[in-house]
Design a protein around this ligand. Structure first.
Ligand SMILES: [Zn+2]
Ligand SMILES: [Zn+2]
Length: 366
């Protein structure tokens, strides 16, 4: 039996200021830290005070080349991996109250379009995308408030919870790849998503070979991800040589996951799979790029290609559960902490390969 609390709760915390600081995206390479009004909410929305927000590879791509879907009007709110405290609650919202510690995904499906009806929630035609966590406060749109916002247990830190979104993407990527115990899995690219893929594949019982060009990231794949073997691609990115050294009888990997997002690496990833293997082309490439595939290899070697995109509420929930149950503590991936005023510096540090993720923290009230 479910019991609905009839106790009225306050709908706002009175000390929310009129203005806040936020990092706004003006154009590629131009992000400014400015004073802007605190967002107003409708009766179906929440206002959350940001406690932790993280840099993401997608934000770095946006910073360098913009984004046709995520960043639409300029200056645009920026940042999407976060956790925080509910400070205002729309009058129709019953499941949250001021003071709740929460994490929310950066999107939610409509559950009403053809794609949603087919279960492709990540491809929803009305996917409500959220940006703006590089700010003191963030408005959580109705669809996300209703379907993709979760309360945090007291013992789960804001820093760990903010990883729910990249972990959801990674978990879906591992599940769709069908990783099983004993599989030889190659993971190419060891940014934050690559690191989470390594860790998740190890949790599934796979034998994991992690590949990158950056020693810091390779060391992290060993310490955090528990990778079995490491390949420095700066020394060698010869497909046949890697197969010969790192797979049984040199036949290739059962599963290859590309987490770089470059067409030439997609092509090499296909070359690393064994006959009958699966290749997950997971890193999104620049718009308009294309790859060449040897049709003989694809057909007569029966290679399966998949290219999963984004996450779903189901996976967001599963990822958060992994964090809450302590099966994954992603916090070692935070290389350093910077104030919210330094978003460009943070993204440039990640770009230079000197950090995996940077935790950005709003200034605390005086
Ligand atoms: Zn992200
Ligand atoms: Zn939909």
């Amino acid at each position: 039996m479910s019991i609905t609390s009839l106790t009225p709760h306050p709908t706002s915390i009175s000390d929310v200021p009129e203005t806040m600081e936020a990092a706004l995206f003006y154009k590629p390479g131009d992000v400014r830290y400015e004073t802007v009004p605190v967002p107003k909410i409708t009766s179906d929305e929440l206002l959350v005070k940001i406690e932790s927000t993280l840099t993401c590879g997608t934000d770095l791509k946006c910073y360098r080349r913009g984004h046709p879907v995520l960043l639409k009007s300029f200056p645009s709110p920026f940042g999407h991996e976060f956790s925080g405290i509910v400070v205002r609650v729309g009058s129709n919202v019953t499941q949250f109250k001021p003071g709740n510690r929460v994490v929310a995904a950066n999107s939610a499906p409509c559950y009403d379009c053809d794609f949603c009806h087919k279960g492709n929630h990540n491809l929803c035609e009305h996917l409500d995308l959220l940006n703006g966590s590089y700010a003191d406060y963030l408005r959580i749109p109705a669809q996300i408030t209703a379907h993709n916002t979760h309360k945090l247990p007291e013992d789960v830190s804001f820093e760990a919870a903010a990883f729910a979104e990249p972990l959801a993407v990674s978990l879906r990527g591992i599940d769709l790849s069908g990783v099983s115990p004993g599989d030889h899995v190659a993971i190419i690219g060891l940014g934050s998503i690559g690191q989470l893929l390594v860790r998740l594949a190890k949790l599934k019982g796979a034998h994991v070979t992690a590949m990158a060009r950056n020693p810091l990231k390779m060391a992290m794949a060993k310490d955090f991800g528990k990778a079995d073997s490491l390949v420095n691609l700066r020394d060698c990115f010869d497909v046949e040589q890697i197969k010969a050294c790192y797979t049984p009888q040199g036949k290739g990997f059962d599963i290859v996951i590309e987490a770089v997002g470059l067409p030439e690496v997609w092509e090499k990833a296909i070359g690393l799979a064994r006959r009958g293997g699966l290749v997950n082309l997971f890193g999104g490439c620049p718009s308009g790029s294309s790859i060449n595939i040897d049709t003989r290899r694809l057909h007569y070697d029966e290679i399966t290609l998949i290219s999963p995109f984004h996450h779903t509420p189901e996976y967001f929930r599963k990822a958060l559960t992994l964090i809450c149950e302590g099966k994954i503590d992603p916090r070692p991936l935070i290389s350093k902490q910077l104030p919210l005023s330094q978003v460009p510096e943070a993204l440039e540090t990640v770009e230079a390969g000197q950090a995996i993720k940077i935790l950005l923290t709003p200034k605390q009230p005086a």
